[in-house]
Write a protein that binds this ligand. Sequence first.
Ligand code: BG6
Ligand code: MG
Length: 223
Amino acid sequence: MASFSDIKGFVFDLDGVITDTSVFHSQAWHQVADKVGAPWSKELEDGLKGISRMDSLEMILKAGNVQDKYTNDEKVDLATEKNTNYLKLVDQMTPANLLPGIKSFLDELKSEGYLISLASASKNAPKVLEKLQLTDYFPKIVDPKSLTNGKPDPEIYLKGAELIDLKPEQCIGVEDAAAGVESINAANETSIGIGDAQVLKDADILFSDTSEMTLANIKKQMN
Ligand code: BG6
Ligand code: MG
């Protein structure tokens, strides 16, 4: 692991790290799973985290053993329906949907001069940031449309570092998803996992909750 003094920037995931939208994604995917007759489980729910919209749909169809039942157009319709339902939930969001301690952590990073960027797989990230009134905190956002490969591929976290002109070794990536932690590690950044120790077993640093994420706690775990 890098040493704390090497770190100059943070590359953030959004859903499930900054805000509780991972619950909204799950809710909307659960409806799709019910519709196509795929069994919903905690493993499927965890496995979908961090995964792009169309890849998520494919995972659900596979879980229901119905991957060959739908044409491409029908798959696009299912994904669009999910997104419409997800956006209805996003529409009701306010800054109260920020996860505990996130705002003060971002302020701490800002005042200490750390650079920050966003590495979310979500095409809805700018809209969610706007709802949270965090747009000004994230001038640098990786555009998921520009990616060849989604998480767990390192591409998104490498771009997140590049956007703030840092080497991967100078960055900490923050994730709630196993696929995301894998992506950070493969990008050669230091990984912070937020959530379940079993699911995020490969994270360099683990916090069970966002409220534990402070520079002092990170430093303690790195040195
Ligand atoms: C990730 C979420 O951040 O974005 C996934 O963890 C989601 O659950 C993915 O499927 C893509 O999001 P969107 O908003 O582009 O469908
Ligand atoms: Mg996430």
